[in-house]
Write a protein of this length. Structure first.
Lengths: 563, 35
């Protein structure tokens, strides 16, 4: 990191924080602090929704995912536009009609207090852990590569977010997310064009796409029904739809964004914007990863992108074996480079040489074998290490190949993404604690100012909890997996409760509460048995909640008739 | 939030789905061209 990078990084982040505080200080009432006084225009709602979902891990992991496995991950988002339509059509008008501050408030009006409290507590538990992760995940990666102190990074990210979220509430989150999205998208566009510029001179974008295609990185859509393949068109349309419905429809960190819209129409338009832009945006981020892959076909590539893994092997008895693999990879890379250059030469003469394509596939397969062998050595050297290095691919490229100044901008992109998701998380946790738990249980008449101060206090409290959780993140072996599993375990039940509330008028409070409790316990048991991938628990949880509540309602009704 | 008639937005809903169908068709075309 050069001085100019530090200047770009600090100036960008400080500007966002100061602007957020200056623009939004002085909320007079709860409506102002939690709903941003319903003044947010549709495009700010849309940017805010997109910035909330796009965490730092999106920009660190997704290009790495494309580098290793190609563009197929985009299919995971195919169900999202459909979910946006359902939320715009059903969820938003209902939330609006009931004038709610949080999604869970609706559940008391439709069912009863205990169902509302159950959903709110499930949310607080899962989002509390998730918000800690949004700070911890980029901090651990950046500290590994830049040598920065992990605890200092966790505290720095957390404190910057707490400052403006505490002062301005939802309005500050929305205002800063506009700037953050601007920084993120400009940084990503500049990087994309810079990668193309760094490719060999006679190489066009079309040639780069051909090289990616020859290495099976351009297999975007897979219509097969193979259950072994994680990302297919069908799993994206079904699993992706239910996940997006849970996340955008019932998670307060997202619901809070569109509840701040100027009108129903503006809130709907914000989500429609997300439905239009999400798939191409993910495609673009994955394409950056694919272009990084093409770049490394002509430049030295490490055996494993995580520097800590190399250190672990260097300090073990497997050091020499690892060096042998590195030598093999260097030779293979040289061979690949020559064949790629020859392939480009043929492409420039309008000839897509099938023999060279086959050779490229064979060499890629050999490279993957070498990487697998390296992973085995890393695991033997340190069985606790995460051998999957996809989170480190893009940041390795940024730090080693981007010019001065741009490194600072790209680090600002990653930290802005971390801050935008964290801010929404803390804001939603504070709103839910204040409205669904505190306000609902506090005795006596209290002023508006009292509740604004209470929400501010909970913002501070959840911010500190998120930092503390991020600081003890290293105690958990695989934190990302842990939080994804927790999300999958709880999201389904909460979605089931909301779907019954919206679409199954027949089911009443007692049936939904006990149906949800039984469904949640069954999900715990299914997870314990380990019979299905945790990715399906969300769908199963929602269906079980609907089914069990219906059965219980029939039983309750029969009992009443008999009595 | 001010109440508004959501009927006009049905058109936008349709366009979102049409746009995403076109994206998927473009992805298939890209696959056909480069894979």
């Amino acid at each position: 990191m050069q001085q100019i990078d530090w200047i770009v990084l600090s100036a960008t982040l400080l500007f966002i924080v100061v602007y957020g505080v200056w623009k939004t200080k002085g909320s007079k009432n709860v409506e102002d602090y939690i709903l941003g006084n319903n003044e947010t225009p549709w495009w700010t709602v849309g940017l805010s929704v997109m910035a909330t979902q796009a965490s730092a891990i999106t920009f660190l992991s997704t290009p790495g995912q494309a580098y290793h496995d190609g563009m197929g991950f985009v299919q995971f988002y195919f169900g999202l536009p459909l979910a946006m339509v359902v939320i715009c059509y059903t969820f938003i008008p209902i939330y609006h009609r009931l004038k709610v501050f949080t999604a869970y408030e609706y559940l008391e009006q439709r069912f009863d207090l205990k169902t509302r409290s159950l959903a709110a507590i499930l949310f607080l538990f899962q989002r509390g852990l998730g918000t800690g992760l949004t700070i911890y995940a980029p901090a651990i990666i950046l500290s590994a590569l830049l040598g920065w102190n992990l605890t200092f990074m966790n505290i720095a990210i957390g404190v910057l977010v707490i400052i403006y979220t505490f002062v301005g509430g939802t309005k500050a989150v929305n205002v800063t997310q506009k700037q953050q999205m601007f920084v993120i998208m400009s940084g990503m566009f500049i990087t994309f064009f810079l990668i193309l510029h760094l490719l060999p001179n006679d190489m066009t974008f079309s040639n780069a796409m051909h090289i990616a295609g020859a290495n099976h990185k351009m297999d975007v859509v897979d219509f097969s029904f193979d259950p072994e393949t994680r990302y297919t068109f069908w799993s994206g349309i079904t699993g992706g739809f239910f996940l997006a419905l849970s996340y955008f429809g019932t998670d307060q960190s997202q619901v809070g964004r569109y509840l701040s819209g100027k009108s129903v129409k503006e809130s709907q338009m914000g989500l429609i914007m997300n439905g239009f832009l999400k798939v191409p945006m993910q495609f673009f981020i994955l394409l950056i990863g694919v272009m990084v892959f093409v770049f490394f076909q002509f430049n030295p590539v490490p055996l494993n992108f995580n520097p800590n893994n190399k250190i672990a092997v260097e300090n073990s008895k497997y050091k020499n074996d690892y060096h042998t693999l590195e030598d093999k990879l260097d030779k293979l890379s040289e061979e690949k480079k020559e064949i790629n250059l020859l392939y480009i030469d043929h492409l420039n003469q309008n000839y897509d040489n099938p023999i060279l394509r086959k050779e490229l596939v064979a060499l890629s397969s050999k490279e993957n074998d070498l990487r697998d062998e390296a992973r085995e050595l890393i695991s033997k050297a340190d069985n606790k290490s995460e051998t999957n290095d996809k989170d480190y691919v893009f940041i390795h490229f940024i730090l080693n190949y981007l010019p001065k100044g741009l490194i600072g901008l790209l680090l600002a992109v990653i930290l802005s993404a971390a801050m935008s998701s964290t801010a929404s998380g803390i804001n939603a946790l504070a709103s839910t604690t204040a409205i669904d738990i505190y306000k609902r249980n506090v005795k006596g008449e209290k002023s508006e100012k009292h509740f604004v101060n209470a929400t501010k206090f909970f913002t501070l409290l959840w911010g500190i909890i998120a930092i503390l959780f991020a600081c003890v993140g290293t105690l958990f072996e695989n934190l990302i997996q842990l939080v994804n599993i927790i999300g999958s375990i709880f999201y389904g039940t909460v979605l089931g409760i909301f779907l019954v509330g919206f679409y199954v008028k027949y089911v009443k409070a007692k049936a939904i509460f006990w149906g949800a409790v039984m469904s949640q316990l069954t999900i715990f048991y299914i997870y314990y048995l380990d019979v299905v991938s945790f990715l399906w628990l969300n769908f199963i949880g929602a269906m079980l909640t609907i089914f069990l509540s219906l059965v219980l309602q029939i039983v309750i009704k029969k009992d009443r008739i008999t009595a | 939030m001010r109440p508004e008639n959501t009927a006009n937005w049905k058109k936008s809903y349709t366009w979102v789905l049409i746009a995403n169908t076109i994206y998927i068709m473009i992805f298939c075309l890209i696959m056909e061209m480069f894979s």
